[in-house]
Write a protein that binds this ligand. Sequence first.
Ligand code: APR
Length: 245
Amino acid sequence: MDPLQEAARALERSSHTTAFTGAGISVESGIPPFRGKDGLWSRYDPIVLDISYFHAHPLEAWQVIREIFYDYFGKARPNAGHYALAEMEKRGKVAAVITQNIDNLHQEAGSRNVIEYHGNSQRLICPRCGAVWSPKEIDLQKLPPRCSHDGEVLKPDFVFFGEPIPLKAARRSEQEAFAADVFLVVGTTGEIMPASLIPQMAKSNGATIIEINPETSNYTHSITDIFLRGKAGELLPALLEKMTG
Ligand code: APR
């Protein structure tokens, strides 16, 4: 059977589908992935996202963080892949989206049950008093941005290197991985721990793994059952169209 057809049948029959997304789903929104030749880490030094560096050099870290995540990513809009996943959820065909992305694009596309495994750039948090701000209410021309309650340097509410995964997101992701009979992996290399373990949990519990990626990943030849080679913005809408109901 054609793999797209096979994937559509598996999704139709599934009683609990969980999606798991990485940087690849946002590439067609103009956000470059992290790894690979055009990846962010070929242009920027990932040290700016190291939590110790951030605390020691907030101005230098913020100059790069603003450029990447606010000046540049801030303008990105969801693409057809994000919308297709939101529509699958609306039709009761996807129970949850676990995302490694911090760009808020699933939420903007209308997905409701989004587990933010690495946090969200659209919140700034005060590490001292816990106040949460929208980047829209903060003047990012003045760096580093500070909490107007106590003057502490604000931190984007995403997970820096050296920080733990938010407990609630980790717990909910495990629950969703174990509940899934179909697990849809979209646009991730599967290189970053502990996120990369989540599809393995689903597989070990018997889920059918469907993967969408224009390239092979760590999962393709190990746990993937149905590999759909191509772009998320094309294949997710195609999958939705092939599904009945
Ligand atoms: N559609 C689907 N997948 C795509 C597309 C596309 N249009 N374009 C590229 N890809 C795939 C690439 O082939 C690659 O496998 O998306 C994947 C992107 O991989 P990474 O850049 O490694 O991103 P990701 O796996 O999400 O990284 C995980 O690493 O630096 C950390 O915290 C960061 O959450 C991130 C984590």
